[in-house]
Ligand binder design. Structure first.
Ligand code: AMP
Ligand code: MG
Length: 416
């Protein structure tokens, strides 16, 4: 087991142990926010046929080369969904609706607003458009055979729309990693409970579950177990179908921290324990059979930050995501921050763009790992490098946005 390793060593170790989940077909209606398992190749052109972009008349523009104001005869009406193969002969035109298949022979659509006069079957126009005007060619958007999406893309509403247009229903997605969240602690009671002396409500269970889901995992239950080796063993005995076990609490060196002890007894391999970071120094990571485990310190701030950094990366890697939701961005530090040299800091920050468009970030204020308000207030995590004791205002720092919060539109004054 490695111990007291750096943040990058810890993250690399987590990623090195992430194996891709299998794939499954799901109805497109259930595929939004899931991850495409394979590249998507267009089976059809999009649009599949040439159509009208306007309500108007499909004409042959040649007909008007000598006289823009000549009459042409309206010989048919084409509505969206018309399946006939129609031909516009010289001197004639067809009334056509938006989205209707464009007939052979014609080369432009004259919008209905350009009609100068209509007498029975004869129509005259104010002006004549250039050839191809108001015609949507087949394959303008996507050509049959084109690679439309890479495997690993997260299915956004827009991607779902494109998949539907291409007839990709059902769609092959990565199976969501099954994550079990286990909160430990004799002092912990459910959020729905009143609290007695010395008790606190389980805030990590619900928030970790939400983080798991946001990252793309599946978390049906979150358990709570007391600081009792037998109780921890019992929960672990039926956790075999999980891909990842996430423990909150019980991984420190306290007398009641039994999680590591029980995992060791059960034959788990701890890959690392303790990382040169704050918050979350006692972080543990390892595997129990084919199940990976992440032992997060119980402090709600540590739990939230460590999951966001390590748990999210693990889930996204297992999904084969082609991009993370929280890429590292460079931001200008708005005020100096002191830190402990030798530890990498995950400082809660508020990022804004200033008047010049420069991404700027300030810390949320007091950063105690028991101060959960700092997580609520933050929209990003600021990475402050291990080797520094102070990071000066004006320096460029790495930040990662918290995916559930967007950029703050206007500067806010954090409580100092
Ligand atoms: P531990 O890592 O078990 O030593 O816990 C560290 C601190 O986090 C203690 O003050 C615990 O009371 C608190 N804590 C542990 N688990 C939770 C939880 N699920 N929800 C809220 N606070 C917790
Ligand atoms: Mg505890």
């Amino acid at each position: 087991m490695r111990t007291f390793i750096s943040f990058t060593e810890a993250l690399d170790c987590v990623l090195a142990h992430a194996s891709l989940t299998g794939t499954e077909f799901v109805p497109l209606s259930a595929a939004v926010l899931r991850t495409l398992a394979k590249p998507v190749i267009a089976r059809d052109d999009l649009p599949p046929f040439a159509s009208s972009a306007m309500d108007g008349f499909a004409v042959r523009t040649d007909d008007f080369s000598l006289d823009v104001h000549r009459d042409v005869r309206v010989i048919d009406h084409i509505a969206a969904g018309d399946d006939r193969s129609l031909v516009v002969e010289p001197g004639t035109c067809m009334e056509i609706m938006t989205g209707a298949p464009f007939p052979y022979g014609a080369d432009a659509v004259i919008p209905i607003e350009w009609v100068a006069d209509r007498q029975g079957d004869n129509v005259r126009f104010d002006r004549i458009p250039a050839p191809q005007k108001h015609v949507r060619p087949a394959a303008e958007d996507v050509q049959k055979g084109a690679k439309v999406f890479q495997g690993g893309e997260r299915i956004t509403p827009a991607i779902a729309g494109m998949l539907a247009s291409l007839g990709m229903d059902p769609v092959e997605v990565r199976r969501q990693p099954k994550v079990r969240v286990i909160s430990t602690g004799d002092e912990i009671v459910p959020a729905s409970s009143g609290i007695g002396p010395g008790q606190i409500r389980n805030s990590n269970g619900p928030s970790l579950r939400a983080q798991v889901v946001e990252a793309g995992g599946e978390c049906k239950v979150f358990d709570h177990v007391p600081d009792d080796p037998d109780a921890i063993r019992t929960v672990l005995s039926d956790a075999g179908d999980s891909d990842i076990l996430v423990f909150s609490g019980g991984v420190s060196v306290g007398e009641h921290d039994y999680v590591k002890q029980v995992l060791d007894e059960m034959g788990a391999e701890t890959l690392f324990w303790k990382v040169k970071q704050r918050p979350g120094k006692p972080l543990a990571f390892g595997r129990l059979g084919s199940t990976l485990f992440l032992g997060l310190p119980g402090n709600p701030v540590s739990s939230a930050m460590c999951f966001e950094i390590y748990g999210r990366a693990l889930i996204e890697a297992m999904l084969g995501r082609s991009s993370t939701r929280t890429p590292v961005l460079k931001a200008k530090l708005g005020r100096s921050v002191r830190k402990v040299e030798g530890l990498h800091f995950f400082t809660r920050g508020i990022a804004t763009t200033d008047a010049t468009g420069q991404l700027t970030v300030v810390d949320t204020g007091p950063q105690g790992s028991n101060l959960y308000g700092s997580v609520v207030m933050a929209n990003c995590i600021i990475h402050l490098p291990q080797h520094l004791a102070e990071v000066l205002a004006g320096s460029l720092v790495d930040i990662q946005m918290l995916p559930w919060i967007g950029l703050t539109p206007k500067p806010e004054t954090p409580t100092a």
